[in-house]
Design a binder for this molecule. Structure first.
Ligand SMILES: [Zn+2]
Length: 176
Protein backbone atom coordinates (compact mmCIF):
# COMPACT_ATOMS: atom_id res chain seq x y z
CA UNK A 1 0.00 0.00 0.00
CA UNK A 2 1.39 3.35 -1.04
CA UNK A 3 0.87 6.23 1.29
CA UNK A 4 2.21 9.71 1.71
CA UNK A 5 5.78 9.92 2.87
CA UNK A 6 5.86 10.37 6.62
CA UNK A 7 7.37 13.76 7.37
CA UNK A 8 7.95 14.31 11.11
CA UNK A 9 9.01 17.92 10.63
CA UNK A 10 5.83 18.80 8.78
CA UNK A 11 3.76 17.18 11.51
CA UNK A 12 5.67 18.99 14.26
CA UNK A 13 5.15 22.25 12.42
CA UNK A 14 1.42 21.60 12.46
CA UNK A 15 1.07 20.25 15.99
CA UNK A 16 4.00 21.98 17.69
CA UNK A 17 5.59 20.88 20.93
CA UNK A 18 4.81 21.51 24.59
CA UNK A 19 6.72 24.37 26.16
CA UNK A 20 8.65 21.97 28.35
CA UNK A 21 9.32 18.61 26.71
CA UNK A 22 9.02 15.58 28.98
CA UNK A 23 7.47 12.16 28.38
CA UNK A 24 4.39 13.31 30.27
CA UNK A 25 3.94 16.63 28.47
CA UNK A 26 4.51 14.97 25.09
CA UNK A 27 1.83 12.38 25.82
CA UNK A 28 -0.62 15.07 26.96
CA UNK A 29 0.19 17.33 24.04
CA UNK A 30 -0.11 14.75 21.28
CA UNK A 31 -3.06 13.04 22.93
CA UNK A 32 -4.94 16.35 22.89
CA UNK A 33 -3.82 17.20 19.36
CA UNK A 34 -4.81 13.79 18.01
CA UNK A 35 -7.98 13.54 20.07
CA UNK A 36 -6.81 10.32 21.72
CA UNK A 37 -6.59 9.17 25.29
CA UNK A 38 -3.04 8.04 25.92
CA UNK A 39 -2.07 6.49 29.21
CA UNK A 40 1.60 6.47 30.13
CA UNK A 41 2.94 3.79 32.46
CA UNK A 42 6.41 2.73 33.56
CA UNK A 43 7.08 -0.98 33.50
CA UNK A 44 9.99 -2.93 34.97
CA UNK A 45 11.75 -5.50 32.84
CA UNK A 46 10.47 -4.45 29.44
CA UNK A 47 13.98 -4.40 28.02
CA UNK A 48 14.25 -8.10 28.83
CA UNK A 49 11.74 -8.56 26.02
CA UNK A 50 13.96 -6.42 23.83
CA UNK A 51 11.90 -3.24 24.04
CA UNK A 52 12.50 0.11 25.67
CA UNK A 53 8.94 1.16 25.02
CA UNK A 54 5.67 -0.37 23.94
CA UNK A 55 2.47 1.01 22.50
CA UNK A 56 -0.68 -1.04 22.89
CA UNK A 57 -4.03 0.10 21.56
CA UNK A 58 -6.58 -1.05 24.10
CA UNK A 59 -9.93 -2.45 23.12
CA UNK A 60 -11.35 0.34 25.26
CA UNK A 61 -10.05 2.93 22.80
CA UNK A 62 -7.20 3.99 25.08
CA UNK A 63 -3.64 4.02 23.82
CA UNK A 64 -1.42 2.45 26.44
CA UNK A 65 2.16 3.58 26.30
CA UNK A 66 4.66 1.67 28.40
CA UNK A 67 8.24 2.73 29.07
CA UNK A 68 10.89 0.53 30.60
CA UNK A 69 11.77 1.59 34.14
CA UNK A 70 15.48 1.78 33.34
CA UNK A 71 14.86 4.29 30.56
CA UNK A 72 12.23 6.09 32.59
CA UNK A 73 14.83 6.94 35.24
CA UNK A 74 16.53 9.34 32.85
CA UNK A 75 14.11 12.10 31.86
CA UNK A 76 15.64 12.75 28.44
CA UNK A 77 15.58 9.04 27.56
CA UNK A 78 12.06 8.68 28.89
CA UNK A 79 10.99 11.58 26.67
CA UNK A 80 12.75 10.06 23.69
CA UNK A 81 11.12 6.65 24.16
CA UNK A 82 7.73 8.35 24.58
CA UNK A 83 8.37 10.34 21.39
CA UNK A 84 9.23 7.13 19.54
CA UNK A 85 6.02 5.42 20.64
CA UNK A 86 4.02 8.56 19.83
CA UNK A 87 5.67 8.45 16.42
CA UNK A 88 4.02 5.08 15.80
CA UNK A 89 0.66 6.57 16.76
CA UNK A 90 1.14 9.76 14.74
CA UNK A 91 2.26 7.80 11.69
CA UNK A 92 -0.76 5.53 11.98
CA UNK A 93 1.18 2.31 12.15
CA UNK A 94 -0.67 -0.96 12.44
CA UNK A 95 0.03 -3.36 15.22
CA UNK A 96 0.61 -6.53 13.34
CA UNK A 97 -0.11 -9.87 14.85
CA UNK A 98 2.40 -12.06 16.54
CA UNK A 99 2.41 -13.67 19.92
CA UNK A 100 4.79 -12.37 22.51
CA UNK A 101 4.36 -14.46 25.62
CA UNK A 102 7.03 -12.57 27.56
CA UNK A 103 5.33 -9.25 27.23
CA UNK A 104 1.90 -10.64 27.98
CA UNK A 105 2.95 -12.19 31.28
CA UNK A 106 4.95 -9.09 32.12
CA UNK A 107 1.90 -6.89 31.59
CA UNK A 108 -0.27 -9.26 33.62
CA UNK A 109 2.16 -9.19 36.52
CA UNK A 110 2.82 -5.47 36.40
CA UNK A 111 -0.73 -4.32 35.77
CA UNK A 112 -3.14 -6.89 37.21
CA UNK A 113 -5.98 -4.42 36.73
CA UNK A 114 -5.31 -3.93 33.04
CA UNK A 115 -8.35 -5.04 31.02
CA UNK A 116 -7.86 -8.47 29.40
CA UNK A 117 -8.56 -6.87 26.04
CA UNK A 118 -5.46 -4.76 26.44
CA UNK A 119 -3.36 -7.78 27.34
CA UNK A 120 -4.73 -9.52 24.27
CA UNK A 121 -3.77 -6.54 22.16
CA UNK A 122 -0.25 -6.76 23.48
CA UNK A 123 -0.17 -10.22 21.98
CA UNK A 124 -0.73 -8.50 18.68
CA UNK A 125 1.91 -5.96 19.38
CA UNK A 126 5.15 -4.90 18.13
CA UNK A 127 7.80 -7.46 17.54
CA UNK A 128 6.93 -7.76 13.88
CA UNK A 129 6.98 -4.07 13.16
CA UNK A 130 8.71 -3.75 9.88
CA UNK A 131 11.86 -1.79 9.54
CA UNK A 132 10.29 1.21 7.75
CA UNK A 133 7.82 1.63 10.62
CA UNK A 134 10.63 1.59 13.16
CA UNK A 135 12.56 4.09 11.08
CA UNK A 136 9.57 6.39 10.87
CA UNK A 137 8.96 6.23 14.61
CA UNK A 138 12.63 6.87 15.31
CA UNK A 139 12.72 9.74 12.82
CA UNK A 140 9.79 11.26 14.65
CA UNK A 141 11.53 10.87 18.03
CA UNK A 142 14.71 12.41 16.65
CA UNK A 143 12.77 15.33 15.21
CA UNK A 144 10.96 15.91 18.51
CA UNK A 145 14.12 15.78 20.60
CA UNK A 146 16.26 17.89 18.29
CA UNK A 147 13.53 20.50 18.07
CA UNK A 148 13.17 20.47 21.85
CA UNK A 149 16.93 20.85 22.20
CA UNK A 150 16.98 23.75 19.75
CA UNK A 151 14.21 25.51 21.65
CA UNK A 152 15.95 24.91 24.97
CA UNK A 153 19.14 26.37 23.51
CA UNK A 154 17.27 29.38 22.25
CA UNK A 155 15.62 29.86 25.64
CA UNK A 156 18.83 29.62 27.61
CA UNK A 157 21.00 31.53 25.16
CA UNK A 158 24.12 30.22 23.49
CA UNK A 159 26.00 29.77 26.76
CA UNK A 160 23.92 26.90 28.09
CA UNK A 161 25.22 23.41 28.26
CA UNK A 162 24.85 21.51 25.04
CA UNK A 163 21.39 20.11 25.54
CA UNK A 164 21.66 18.34 22.24
CA UNK A 165 24.34 16.03 23.55
CA UNK A 166 22.11 14.94 26.40
CA UNK A 167 18.81 14.80 24.56
CA UNK A 168 20.30 13.11 21.55
CA UNK A 169 21.66 10.21 23.56
CA UNK A 170 21.23 7.02 21.53
CA UNK A 171 18.97 4.33 22.91
CA UNK A 172 21.52 1.60 22.60
CA UNK A 173 19.72 -0.42 20.00
CA UNK A 174 16.71 -1.36 22.11
CA UNK A 175 13.57 -1.94 20.14
CA UNK A 176 10.27 -0.33 20.81
ZN1 LIG B 1 9.17 1.28 17.58
Amino acid sequence: MERDTFDPHRILKQIGLPHLVTAETLVDHFGAALGRTIQLDVITGLTRSGWCGLWVLGGDGIDYLFIDAGYARIPALKAQVAAHELGHIVAGHDQSATSEGNVISLLQQSFPHLPPAVIARAAAARSTYDQPAEQEAEAFATAVMSRAAAEARRASGATGRRAEGVLGHPLGGGRG
